[in-house]
Design a protein around this ligand. Structure first.
Ligand SMILES: [Zn+2]
Length: 167
């Protein structure tokens, strides 16, 4: 699952190309629960991602990965988050600032985990839906016609699905 990524870009909802040129500082020995090069507002979600991964048998230390993450405005309409990666530059997660300021913790988690699904788990989009039209994965693109049902009741199902389908 940690195979080297080739230049490509996956963004939530839309697909486009973007060359990442940001330099970053290599973390030396980051403490557990701290994530150099990651906006501190995202730390709790990163820690929860590690926790949920560990509960499903994946030992993921996000601060050991060449990963950086910011909350900033994304120009494209309707794009809530992006995962940009290349073989030359570190993975970079961007979460849209307007989305962030308006959203619940649960929906923030949804978007952060979706992007980590791309950047860390190497997952692609999955548009499957059930008979009621509910999305069966948080890795849905947003371009399909399924409806999200990420809530406190369904969260466990979605997180199981996220980690069960790692390539
Ligand atoms: Zn996506």
């Amino acid at each position: 699952m940690y195979r080297l990524f080739f230049f490509s870009v996956l963004i939530m909802g839309l697909l486009s190309c973007y060359e990442e040129t940001t330099l970053f500082d290599e973390p030396e020995s980051p403490q557990t629960g701290t994530y150099p090069n990651v906006d501190q507002n995202l730390w709790s979600h990163f820690a929860n991602f590690e926790k949920e991964a560990a509960a499903r048998g994946f030992n993921i230390e996000l601060n050991r990965l060449r990963l950086n993450a910011v909350i900033s405005e994304i120009a494209e309409n309707g794009v809530l988050g992006q995962c940009q990666y290349s073989s030359q530059y570190p993975n970079r997660v961007t979460i849209d600032k307007t989305f962030w300021s308006r959203s619940s913790e649960l929906y923030r988690e949804f978007v952060v985990f979706h992007e980590l699904g791309h950047c860390v788990l190497d997952r692609d989009h999955k548009e499957d839906q059930d008979q009621r039209g509910l999305c069966l994965s948080i890795m849905r693109s947003g371009l399909g016609d399924c409806r999200d049902a990420y809530n406190s009741v369904n969260r466990t199902y979605y997180l199981n699905e996220l980690f069960e389908n790692v390539r």
